[in-house]
Design a protein around this ligand. Structure first.
Ligand code: FAD
Ligand code: FES
Length: 281
């Protein structure tokens, strides 16, 4: 019988320094992944799902899959905040990590087909949305226009610069950036990412808004999108809770009567309103 807590081994094949606090780890599974499959594969997950990443003797943390299922290697983008994420940041190329998963309910990709997609991300929140974006770009005929509104604290905090440059150069994604605080050489927008949404000519009936970032940003953008006339079922976000098992067993991630690791982390505004956990507009 497969032990659900036993992590599979993966090796770090590349590290991208996104900014001073965020690194992207490109990983290659060394054994069957997910554990239930019979060969090492990177395509057995969906955008919005996460893995439990472990570093020996340091513990585990839930991290979103930032790669799309169509990409050849797994990518995890990690903000350094505490014990496990700092340990990950110290690892070199060639080091091994443990992976459990994938876990959680993904973004509803089939239901998003044909729609105009507006991605609204703050900081590291672009990680799970990158997975959706790359998945859409791999199937361009399936989706309408793609817009990304991306907010960072300062110009130095902008992460995923190589992705942003590629998406902009190919005119594949209408990328609009903003920072809370400008600085020398910054000629772009200064202000909240929710202000960028207010400036956008949304066609609310054709649009879906996908959001990931800090909770106050999620609340502001949900409210803004709802006020613009986007249906609550088409405003979709992903929530963070502290997690232990990731499997629906320990109840560490409970929220009202939900377990975010299995019932989430992806929720529509309509679902969140039923949970009555946030004043979401
Ligand atoms: C489904 C899901 C997906 C995630 N995806 C990513 C991702 O792609 N990239 C990324 O960098 N992070 C992601 N996170 C957050 C990440 O799991 C935490 O930052 C990580 O667990 C911190 O572990 P640590 O040992 O480094 O910090 P710790 O030493 O455990 O804690 C450091 C500080 O951070 C706080 N903290 C720890 N975990 C969380 C949390 N989940 N939410 C809020 N505060 C927390 C602690 O209370 C403490 O103040 C995700 C979380 C979830 C639930
Ligand atoms: S993390 Fe254990 S039930 Fe969700």
């Amino acid at each position: 019988m497969i032990d659900p807590y036993r992590p599979g081994r993966a090796v770090i094949s590349e590290i991208i320094e996104e900014n001073q606090r965020i690194k992207t780890f490109v990983l290659e599974p060394l054994e069957a992944w997910p554990a239930a499959s019979d060969q090492a594969t990177t395509s057995a997950y969906q955008p919005g799902q996460f893995v439990m990443v472990s570093v020996p003797h340091c513990g585990e943390a839930p991290i979103s899959l930032a790669s799309s299922p169509q990409e050849p290697k797994l990518r995890l983008s990690v903000l350094k905040v505490g014990l496990l994420t700092s340990a990950l940041h110290r690892l070199p190329v060639g080091a091994e990590v443990g992976l459990r998963g994938p876990y959680g309910r993904p973004f509803p990709m089939a239901a998003l087909k044909g729609r105009r997609l507006v991605f609204v991300a703050g900081g590291i929140g672009l990680a799970p949305l990158r997975s959706v974006l790359e998945s859409c770009l791999a199937r361009p005929d399936d989706f309408g226009p793609l817009t990304l509104l991306y907010g960072s604290r300062t110009p130095d905090d902008i992460a995923f610069s190589a992705d942003l440059a590629r998406w902009q150069a190919g005119r594949q994604v209408d990328c609009r950036l903003t920072v809370d605080q400008g600085g020398p050489g910054w000629n772009g927008a200064v202000g909240l990412v929710s202000d960028l949404l207010a400036d956008l000519q949304l066609e609310p009936e054709q649009s879906s808004v996908l959001i990931c970032g800090p909770p106050p940003m999620i609340r502001a953008v949900c409210r803004q999108a709802a006020q613009a006339g986007v249906a609550p079922e088409q405003i979709i976000t992903t929530l963070e809770r502290q997690m232990k098992c990731g499997l629906g067993l320990c109840r560490h991630c409970h929220l009202d009567h939900h377990l975010v690791c299995v019932d989430g982390p992806v929720y529509t505004l309509a679902q969140l309103r039923q949970l009555e956990i946030m004043e979401l507009g």
